[in-house]
Design a binder for this molecule. Structure first.
Ligand SMILES: [Zn+2]
Length: 355
């Protein structure tokens, strides 16, 4: 594994459900420390690194949280009922291995189970099993035993998957949404190390994106940058079941620049921002794809409407099977995305004035 893949593995294998991003934040602050002038953690838990310059302020936001679940009930036999936190879907989580984060940092292995198919009648077998009918089995034999093992109401559940390389520079793992963005942000700072850069960089690992874009909202308000780039993953249309007419973006063909998210209900990138990023990519010979999103939102949505408005868009890595424990992306896209962010920070002063 090369260096950027190893960094992605470190971040993707770390657990940090929405609202509980502390381990990821600590890792990020450690990585950023030698690359910036100042690091801090804010009240919400956003991890902030500032690199000072005398030009415009450029915020780079990367959400640190991953989707997961929380224990809401422990039955008499020691099985755990869960409430999903973020976008876990019924068909992706059944049969998965999970980590249960119990009291005092205790972790236990578990699996997500359901009624055995062998006991189902023909009609029942045709139906999709819902999360509410699933449970987590951690080997506990009773509610009291689960408590002894450190499991309680409110214990966190995250996917148990380690990043693995695949053919042709692809990798698969959990939480590539959005540790890919976190790694792009760090890698961009590394590329800028020792270079004279006019812009002030505000690199922010944001919290609670998957449950309402919350950390981006508060950190953008506090930092009030002149311009911002959110880094995330995006949905390609290149695999069976998706079509190129639904998303023109393909994994392995370069990072994407978002023109609009969620059919315009999300961010609508100002023309000035698109021009900045496209001209920068062209002059640095970085391949890119344009994304017209019809689905979800990103941190850019809330950053763009912070205070009196912040010009903003998204640079994303196309990732297949987003919100499953087997997300897939191309390391080349990740590296090119980081190069595009770094080059854009270097050119920002030509396009934007300090406020
Ligand atoms: Zn995301």
């Amino acid at each position: 594994m090369n260096e950027i893949a190893a960094l992605l593995k470190t971040f993707a294998d770390t657990h940090g459900m929405s609202g509980y991003e502390d381990e990821v934040a600590a890792l990020l602050l450690r990585e950023m420390e030698p690359l910036v002038d100042e690091v801090r953690l804010d009240t919400m838990g956003n991890a902030i690194g500032i690199r000072n310059g005398d030009g415009p302020t450029v915020m780079v936001a990367a959400h640190m949280d991953e989707i997961g679940a929380m224990v809401s009930h422990i039955d008499d036999d020691g099985f755990l009922k869960i409430v999903p936190v973020g976008g876990w879907t019924d068909q992706t989580i059944l049969g998965q291995r999970v980590v249960i984060h119990g009291k005092d940092g205790i972790t236990l292995a578990g699996v997500i189970g359901s009624r055995p198919p062998h006991l189902m009648d023909a009609d029942e077998r045709k139906k999709m099993i819902k999360i509410k009918d699933m449970f987590v089995d951690c080997g506990a034999t009773s509610a009291a035993n689960a408590a002894e093992l450190g499991v309680e109401i409110g214990s966190l559940i995250t996917a148990d998957r380690e990043l693995r390389p695949m053919a042709n520079g692809f990798v698969t793992g959990k939480a590539l949404d959005n540790r890919a963005g976190v790694v792009m942000m760090i890698w961009a700072l590394r590329l800028l190390k020792g270079k004279k850069v006019r812009a002030t960089v505000q690199a922010v690992g944001t919290v609670q994106e998957e449950v309402g874009l919350k950390g981006a909202r508060t950190s953008a308000y506090g930092l009030t940058p002149d311009v911002a780039i959110a880094t995330d993953v995006t949905i390609p249309g290149d695999n069976p079941g998706a079509s190129k007419s639904e998303s023109a973006v393909a994994a392995g063909k370069g990072p994407s620049i978002t023109i609009i998210d969620a059919a315009g209900r999300g961010v609508i990138a100002p023309r000035s921002v698109i021009r900045w990023l496209r001209e920068t990519a062209d002059s640095a010979s970085i391949p890119y794809q344009l994304q017209v999103g019809n689905g979800g939102n990103t941190d850019a949505t809330v950053i763009s409407i912070t205070k009196s408005g912040i010009p903003c868009t998204v640079i994303a890595v196309p990732a297949r099977y987003i919100h499953s424990p087997v997300e897939v992306l191309s390391l080349r896209d990740l590296e090119q995305g980081a190069r595009l962010i770094a080059a854009s920070i270097e050119s920002a002063h030509k396009y934007f004035e300090p406020r």
